[in-house]
Design a binder for this molecule. Structure first.
Ligand SMILES: N[C@@H](CCC(=O)N[C@@H](CS)C(=O)NCC(=O)O)C(=O)O
Length: 287
């Protein structure tokens, strides 16, 4: 295996507003593990993006973030990274994967549902639905970039399906039926979260685990896409209180809001112009 040059035991390549990167930063914060940060601005967010640069491709040939380098060994995929750091330092900071097979099974089920997987259809799970409702923000960031620059940059994306997805967001819009599918799956996920919280504990399994790391990031994104008002629905009272608890954790600020990026924030302001998402009503009705 090729080792990646490193200076510190843990080195994280990540981008401030990437959900996969946010999950990993929250996990690091909860585990109180230090890392050297390499901030990789994504090409879809800025004309100066560098995830497609030869130097980053040498770290991650798929050109995506996050990548963890542990003593020179690369670990890809946000869920893998969270599993890995919790197993490396089980007794440091918050235990994210408790040593209880039933709990691990439940964590894995929720991980499948909430991760940014590439092995299921787009918008077909809670985790893959969120990028669909985020597409207008990414579309806006891409539209700020010169046409030829976007065509050239994404022509070289190592993941072919992403090449077309970015072109669609730059030049068209995602098909309405895909957003409808995403909204239906978001509603399904929210109902399930409320049901899970009926045990009366503070977090999804009672104690704080990897599931809560992932959901903290999803709820933050629901805020960005102006859908968070769905939590005002009378059937989601426990979920609304849960989201307040998640935001009160120190990791929310240190790993999420502290990493806001100006291009993304400007896009959110322009796209929604202070108004709720046009999909809010459909989402509330689907609950
Ligand atoms: N399954 C991977 C997905 C990684 C991923 O798609 N990252 C996105 C940001 S959340 C990215 O780097 N996108 C840039 C691109 O596709 O060019 C994970 O969970 O880490």
């Amino acid at each position: 295996m090729t080792l990646i040059p490193f200076e510190q035991e843990y080195e994280l390549y990540h981008f401030g507003e990437s959900m996969c990167a946010q999950m990993v930063r929250v996990a690091f914060a909860e585990k109180e593990i230090d890392y050297k940060s390499h901030h990789i601005v994504l090409c879809d967010i800025s004309v100066d993006g560098d995830n497609m640069s030869p130097s980053y491709l040498a770290v991650n040939p798929k050109a995506v973030v996050p990548t963890l380098i542990h003593n020179g060994v690369p670990i890809y995929d946000s869920c893998e990274i969270i599993r890995y750091i919790d197993s490396q330092k089980p007794n440091q900071g918050q235990r994210l994967r408790p040593p209880d097979s039933e709990k691990i099974a439940e964590i894995e089920t929720w991980t499948q549902e909430t991760s940014m997987r590439e092995d299921v259809g787009f918008a077909s799970t809670f985790g893959t639905a969120i990028p669909a409702v985020t597409s207008p923000i990414i579309g806006y960031c891409l539209k700020r970039q010169p046409v030829l620059h976007v065509i050239r940059t994404y022509w070289n994306h190592p993941m072919k399906e992403r090449r077309y997805a970015f072109y669609i967001m730059r030049f068209f819009k995602l098909p309405r039926r895909l957003i409808e599918k995403a909204v239906a799956n978001l509603a399904k996920g929210l109902v399930q979260i409320e049901k899970n919280l009926s045990h009366g504990g503070d977090y999804m399994l009672g104690e704080f685990t990897q599931i809560d790391v992932m959901l903290m990031v999803h709820f933050h994104r629901l805020e960005d896409v102006h859908l968070i008002k769905v939590l005002e629905h009378p059937s989601l009272k426990k979920t609304a209180a849960y989201w307040n608890r998640l935001q009160a954790r120190a990791s929310y600020e240190s790993a999420i809001t502290k990493w806001h990026h100006e291009n993304w924030r400007e896009a959110v302001d322009v796209v929604f112009n202070g108004k709720p998402s046009p999909w809010l009503e459909e989402l509330s009705t689907a609950l």
